[in-house]
Design a protein around this ligand. Structure first.
Ligand code: ADP
Ligand code: MG
Length: 544
């Protein structure tokens, strides 16, 4: 027996499913308009008024203030896709939403959720097998193909304009950190690729540099800035006078006392500089502040010092220089130092640091404004992920809806051999996949039904790579046209979309501590959060 509070509300069976499906679909549909090269961007304004302009599915969903637990499952699809594949988030979410729409129709025909879930699982497994069968095998050294993969993932993003140059940079970066294992497989270590951004110049001036790029100035103009062979100290400890306890105040009554006090401060700083000299360091990158006097003393010792180095830069310097970050200067020894060369571009205000042993590269992305470089960085990160996945996995697919239409056809054949209600669910799964070409077409201002009909016809004729050229509206061999996606990302999208849809379908009972129909105040998740309905999204309405 369940005893519920007076305000509690319970929604069961069909009503619960309907409620959940509508919420999840609403979220999925909100990002569809961004899919593909002709997709639109969204402007997101958070409660602090910060503006993000993006086309990136997962970024949009994360910035939307969603406080409905079912809708949040859809956000999780995007996050899983982002973590596992780095791209394809909008696709995964669109498929999840469409699976739920199809499920809704089946529920209306009195098909039990269990049968739908089972059918969806069978279809997803079959689809993944077919992806592997359809995929083309490529070699990790096939630069042209890797470039196409990068370009496909960047289309529609702000990186679009300079995509040839940027795709080349991405491929070069990935190849710089790819090693061939003994068994002939390729391992890409993206840890050794750092992204640095600078505003003020155009994206076409972006470049790939060996080593690290540190966007900092020396703390003193008299310091040397060029080293062929530098011993580098990475310090996460301020080079400042140590604070006396907060509640002890120093009372100074005479000029003598003042002098004494200053002397003791100077002594402390001199000691710290001596400690740095004792390690044998030529260069010190400090994550914290450096006192003015210490700056002067370091310059006099001929040591280059940089203060307030970014944490991410410190981590990268550690990797490429083979250094150890020292968090207490007292314990620093020469064993902590890293080794490499340093050069300076004074006009750009940058240091270039190359390690002696480890190979690291930095993609220096430029753009006119903060918004431009931020979106550029998101696009480049996706491209790095897909190119590295392709280099290590070696399987690619034709994009522009080609893979989805081919899978749908194969799943319909597969459904013919299945008996019972699962057959309908497998057929529904096939229909749901076609959301991708349909949305690609409608986002390009094309008729989605006409497009789908032509695509299906081409695939029935055996054109496995027939997809949509969103610019001309024609059905073309998208693989030949260079619209190429990694198979790994598609497999992941199929899995995570199916899991999310099934999770929603399994729920037949919502017990909410509050009233489901009123708008919540965005309190923490839990069943109570259901009270929030789509309230959080309502606020986004104007920006969509
Ligand atoms: P996602 O977040 O799913 O990666 P995108 O907005 O990046 O969403 O769109 C990806 C879809 O766009 C894929 O189906 C891909 O095949 C398609 N696509 C990319 N470039 C082209 C192109 N030049 N022509 C047709 N389709 C393309
Ligand atoms: Mg993409």
């Amino acid at each position: 027996m369940i005893i519920m509070g007076e305000d509690a509300q319970r929604v069961k069976d069909k009503d619960a499913q309907e409620y959940n499906i509508s919420a999840a679909r609403a979220v999925a549909e909100s990002v569809r308009s961004t899919l593909g090269p002709k997709g639109m961007d969204k402007m997101l304004v958070d409660s602090m008024g910060t503006v993000t302009i993006t086309n990136d599915g997962v970024t949009i969903l994360q910035e939307m203030d969603i406080d409905n637990p079912t809708a949040e499952m859809i956000v999780e699809v995007a996050e899983t896709q982002e973590d596992e594949a780095g791209d394809g988030t909008t696709t995964a979410v669109a498929i999840a939403g469409e699976l739920l729409k199809e499920a809704q129709d089946l529920l209306e025909q009195d098909i039990h959720p269990t049968a739908i879930i089972k059918g969806f699982n069978m279809a997803a497994e079959k689809a993944r097998e077919e992806v592997d069968d359809i995929a083309e095998r490529v070699d990790a050294s096939d630069e042209e193909l890797l470039r196409k993969v990068a370009e496909t993932s960047m289309t529609g993003k702000s990186s679009e304009l300079d995509k040839e140059l940027l795709a080349q940079l991405v491929v070069d970066a990935v190849q710089a950190v790819t090693v061939e294992a003994d068994d002939g497989s390729h391992i890409v270590d993206l840890e050794f690729v750092e992204i640095e951004t600078q505003t003020g110049r155009s994206a076409s001036e972006s470049e790939l540099l060996n080593g690290a790029v540190i966007d900092k100035d020396p703390v003193n103009d008299d310091m040397p800035v060029e080293f062929d062979a530098a011993d580098v100290l990475l310090l996460n400890d301020p080079i400042e006078v140590e604070e006396t306890d907060a509640d002890t105040s120093v009372s100074i009554d005479s000029p003598d006392q003042l002098q004494q006090f200053l002397d003791s401060e100077e002594r402390q700083l001199r000691e710290k500089v001596d400690q740095i000299v004792a390690t044998g360091a030529d260069v010190v990158f400090c994550q914290k502040a450096i006192d003015d006097l210490a700056q002067y003393l370091l310059a006099k010792e001929g040591i280059l010092a940089v203060r307030r180095t970014k944490k991410s830069d410190m981590g990268f310097l550690q990797e490429i220089l083979g250094a150890e970050i020292v968090s207490d200067l007292d314990s620093a020894t020469d064993a902590h130092l890293g080794h490499g060369s340093i050069s300076r571009d004074a006009d750009a205000g940058l240091f270039y640091v190359e390690g002696d042993d480890a190979h690291g590269v930095t993609l220096l992305l430029r753009g006119s404004t903060e918004h431009v470089v931020d979106e550029l960085e998101r696009g480049i990160k996706d491209a790095l992920d897909v190119v590295s996945a392709t280099a290590s996995d070696g399987r690619v697919l034709a994009g522009g809806g080609a893979i989805e239409v081919e899978l749908a056809g194969r799943l319909r054949d597969y459904a013919d051999d299945i008996s019972g209600r699962e057959q309908l669910a497998v057929g529904a799964f096939a229909d749901a996949l076609e959301i991708v070409p349909r949305v690609l077409a409608s986002n390009a201002g094309l008729d989605s039904i006409d497009t789908l009909v032509s695509l299906r016809a081409a695939h029935e004729d055996g054109d496995v790579h027939a997809g949509l050229n969103v610019f001309s509206g024609d059905v073309v061999d998208t693989y030949e046209a260079g619209v190429v996606e990694p198979a790994h990302s598609k497999e992941q999208a199929l899995s995570s979309a199916t899991e999310a849809a099934n999770l929603v379908l399994k729920i037949d009972d919502i017990i909410a501590a509050g009233d489901l129909s009123t708008s919540g105040d965005g309190d923490e998740g839990g069943p109570g959060g259901a009270g929030g309905g789509m309230g959080g999204m309502g606020g986004m309405g104007g920006a969509m």
